[in-house]
Design a protein around this ligand. Sequence first.
Ligand SMILES: N[C@@H](CCC(=O)N[C@@H](CS)C(=O)NCC(=O)O)C(=O)O
Length: 208
Amino acid sequence: MAPRLYYHPASNHARLPRLVARELGISLDETLIDLAKGEHMRPEYLAKNPNHMVPTLEEDGFVLWESNSIARYLAGKKPEHGLYPTDARARADVDRWLDWKLAHLGSATGILAWERFGKPAFMKQEADPRLVAFGEDLLAQFAGVLDRHLAGRQHVAGGRLTLADFSLATAFMYRRVSGVSLASYANIEGWLAAIESRASWKETDPGF
Ligand SMILES: N[C@@H](CCC(=O)N[C@@H](CS)C(=O)NCC(=O)O)C(=O)O
């Protein structure tokens, strides 16, 4: 049976395992959890993911949450693909960027996405200017780090396409609706355009 992925199409975190599965040719049984209807708060979903978040993966009774962990698990099924290298240092390099994405870049883009897009759209509330300014400061810091790292590189880690590219790319998926310009980050723009041209990215496009 195909692994089941509980997801929402607008979730950047849920998009990562969906991208990775498509890249690897792994079929997923994708089950929509409608956040707007509160399906993530239902007891049966909370029993799988007590954080009430998507994504969650379920396979033969094994339940896994956290997008990067799910991506690693899926990539581990097809190591020959190289998305998650087996060499210790190459893997550590990918892990470094996966951690950095959740801890830093994703926080910056997440604050801006929520304040400028999620909050008005779903909560009918205005953005908090202090939080927007905080998000902008974080973004300037961390996008700068990534842009400088990508100078002269096509990929984030190990000179090849890895989980790091896909995970980091998802952090930018709300940029248009959250007023994030990459004009000052030409290296990020070029790298992201290559990810966005992939079939996996197009197939998982939520349409905003
Ligand atoms: N660290 C988690 C974050 C997941 C996350 O923030 N999911 C959001 C959608 S993008 C969610 O489900 N939010 C609903 C909630 O917090 O109640 C991961 O990487 O999987």
